[in-house]
Design a protein around this ligand. Structure first.
Ligand code: NAD
Length: 350
């Protein structure tokens, strides 16, 4: 790669959650002076002996839990380059204390995630998944497959950042009324696009479709709880392509079971990484909350008015290419002494 310099020489990079095809791409794009390693597993699943010593940079996706304990295994690591927009899987405070810089990919997927948001919403409102199940069996009957229109409905957008903005633009194309709440409103954007900012209570009271696009943090954890769900109009639909933990999962199950909610379309679930790991969790020392989470998620999976995708909203060819390019640029700029896309405040270390 052009532009490499002495500072990059000898830097050792580890990409975790990286498939073999990604390794080749990363080696091609990383500065030649760097030593590149990759592992397909998430950080917490990698044995100590499989972690190269003397790492400069760790790059993860969202399934690695970069806790203080995990950082203890990584020696004098200097940077974490997450290949995602969200960085709630990284203990940023622990990185700050250790002087480890954290960089993310802020802009790769606004269209990608917004398009998936509508893929989910349309699949739910037009029962596409159930139609498909029927036709592959050669059954072309239409009983029970009537859907509802989006045109004329009100879409409430929680969080109008990169993705929320694109969702509002697409909603306009469907002829939906558009309202939004954001802690940092952009009135000029609302004026240009013709949507209306409202307060959080009004957002809930008026949303036929509530679409969630805020980051996950201590302020947004379980922000959509039982009280919030109760404020939505009866029959409303909740779409979540942000992070599972923004919704209180028990409240969601209750609101769907009780019939207040019309449906949910979810790309993300709290505890999503535990699904499929039940056998392992049962055979080790498990905690009751984890098991309850698994049971709740299975309850959601079994509901006919719920559609779930396995955290794939980001996963398009174009977005993956942009993620890799920005991650390499983040690493390169850090090693060159002019870091970009930094999300934390690392303490100075000697
Ligand atoms: P962004 O930072 O551009 O926008 C987030 C918006 O939320 C900002 O406008 C911010 O002011 C607002 N906000 C923050 N806290 C709020 C609060 N408490 N109440 C109201 N508004 C609040 O982020 P983005 O690029 O639009 O991404 C949003 C989230 O989507 C990410 O944080 C990430 O978790 C998630 N995401 C998911 C996938 C996926 O594959 N499912 C892919 C990319 C991003």
């Amino acid at each position: 790669m052009a532009g490499e310099n002495d500072k990059e020489a000898g830097s050792r990079l580890l990409f975790v959650e990286a498939e073999p095809w990604e390794h080749d791409r990363l080696v091609q794009k990383c500065p030649d002076a760097c030593e590149v390693h990759s592992r397909p597993a998430a950080l917490q699943e990698i044995a100590d002996g499989d972690i190269p010593p003397g790492l400069t940079v760790l790059s993860t996706f969202v399934h690695s839990r970069v806790t203080a304990d995990q950082l203890d295994r990584l020696g004098d690591l200097r940077m974490i380059a997450t290949r995602s927009t969200g960085f709630d899987h990284v203990d940023v405070a622990a990185c700050d204390r250790r002087g480890i810089l954290v960089a993310n990919v802020p802009h790769y997927g606004q269209d990608t995630v917004a398009e998936h948001t509508f893929a989910l919403l349309l699949a739910l409102t037009r029962k596409i998944h159930r139609c498909h199940e029927r036709t592959v069996r050669g059954d072309f009957s239409i009983e029970g497959l009537r859907g509802t229109d989006l045109a004329g409905k009100t879409l409430g957008c929680l969080g109008v950042g990169n993705i929320g903005e694109r969702v509002l633009r697409i909603a306009g194309g469907f002829g939906m009324k558009r309202i939004a709440y954001d802690v940092a409103a952009r009135p000029e954007l609302a004026a240009e696009m013709g949507f209306e900012y409202v307060g959080p209570a009004e957002l809930l009271a008026r949303s036929d479709v509530l679409s969630i696009h805020v980051p996950y943090n201590e302020k947004t954890r379980h922000m959509i709880d039982a009280a919030a769900l109760a404020k939505l109009p009866k029959g409303a639909i909740v779409v979540n392509t942000a992070r599972g933990g923004i919704i209180d999962p028990q409240a969601l199950v209750d609101a769907l079971r009780g019939g207040h909610l019309g449906g949910a379309a979810l790309d993300v679930l709290e505890g999503e990484t535990d699904i499929g790991e039940e056998a392992e969790i049962m055979s080790s020392s498990y905690d009751v909350e984890t098991l309850k989470g698994i049971v709740r998620n299975h309850a959601l999976l079994a509901m006919p008015n719920v559609i779930i995708t396995p955290h794939v909203a980001f996963n398009s060819d174009q977005a993956i290419e942009r993620i890799i390019d920005t991650t390499i640029a983040n690493i390169h700029s850090f090693l060159s002494g002019a870091p970009q896309n930094v999300v934390n405040h690392p303490a100075a270390v000697d």
